[in-house]
Design a protein around this ligand. Structure first.
Ligand code: NAD
Length: 300
């Protein structure tokens, strides 16, 4: 059988595929190129690119599986794949540790004013007196969406000596017990947490789930972290909350529109940014390559 790898995945992933299949690699082909190529292949591997359109899927006469190394499936026409009985698989577990670690990198950067200290020193300013921070130890972290990443956050938080509470629409008592997490209502989580971190998918029910009303409930010392998906937070309401010091600050890895080059949030100083880097570690990418190869093997 033949597998077409159409996006850069780890060498280990490619090696695994080559043990079983004839593998051809073309990175990020145009749609027309992919339509032409796909005819002979049984499997296709992509990342967030290239787009796997209806045209591509219809041209894949032998195609049985599309593997997305990573999480989001928005570049794949799932309806068209379903119609043709083509399985779509992904590797959502690969980046859980990396995203959870980034949550703490961001929270600490804000809590200890690391980015401010760094920028000031590069500008030859020694502003130690303005850089008083806060400790994580003894604080409460509120995890909204206690799934794969949420659980890793709880695991790390316990190492910091933090108390963990969570809100989720699905209760998994076993997973909660494992990391000493207590489920609460959304309102309780917002009210009691010193650090609130979002780990829900972006679906209609979670769009703007943190908005004007929710900021009112939070402590004015709270830190809000979002490394899930832009759109779960209402960015206009966040801007107002930060501007009016309704919360201590925010940390964003994801945005409603990426890249957010014209966002007014960029002008505020009680906020720390990264650039949708949750899964951008060597280890997460290595795992994504291996896991997607394994998923493809299960189908073929
Ligand atoms: P997961 O499916 O394991 O966990 C999501 C949790 O959210 C589940 O427990 C689910 O029950 C819960 N949930 C769903 N709807 C909810 C609602 N309305 N209210 C409360 N909880 C709700 O997913 P995961 O692997 O932990 O990923 C979480 C998020 O992180 C996703 O949005 C994913 O896209 C994102 N992510 C971001 C990056 C990044 O680069 N920043 C990388 C990987 C994943």
């Amino acid at each position: 059988m033949k597998v077409l790898v159409a996006a850069r995945i780890s060498e280990e992933g490619i090696k695994k595929l080559k043990e079983r299949y004839e593998v051809e690699i073309i990175y990020n082909p145009e749609e027309s190129e992919l339509v032409e190529k796909i005819k002979d292949f049984d499997g296709l591997v992509v990342r967030s690119k290239p787009k796997v359109t209806k045209k591509v899927i219809e041209a894949g006469k032998n195609l049985k599986v599309i593997g997305r190394a990573g999480v989001g499936l928005d570049n794949i026409d799932l309806e068209a794949a379903k119609e043709r009985g083509i399985k779509v698989v992904n590797s959502p577990k690969a980046s859980s540790e990396s995203v959870a670690e980034l949550v703490f990198a961001l929270a600490l950067a804000l809590a200890r004013k690391i980015t401010k200290a760094d920028t000031a020193l590069r500008n030859k300013k020694w502003i130690k007196k303005e850089l008083m921070g806060i400790e994580l130890s003894g604080k409460t972290v509120g995890i909204i969406g206690y799934g794969r990443i949420g659980a890793h956050v709880a695991k790390i938080a316990s190492g910091f000596g933090m108390k963990c509470i969570a809100y989720d629409v699905i209760i998994n008592e076993e997973l909660a017990k494992k990391y000493g997490v207590i489920y609460k209502s959304l309102e309780e989580v917002l009210k009691e947490s010193d650090i609130i971190t979002l780990h829900v998918p972006l679906i209609p029910q979670t769009k703007h789930m943190i908005g004007k009303e929710q900021f009112k409930i939070m402590k004015n010392t709270a830190i809000l972290v979002n490394a899930s998906r832009g759109g779960t937070i209402d960015e206009e309401a966040l801007y107002d909350a930060l501007k009016n010091n309704e919360i201590y600050g925010a940390c964003l890895d994801v945005f409603e529109n990426e890249p957010p080059l014209d966002s007014p949030l960029l002008k505020l100083d009680n906020i720390v940014f990264t650039q949708h880097l949750g899964a951008s570690t060597k280890e997460a990418q290595r795992k994504a390559g291996i896991m997607i190869a394994e998923e493809i093997m299960k189908i073929l």
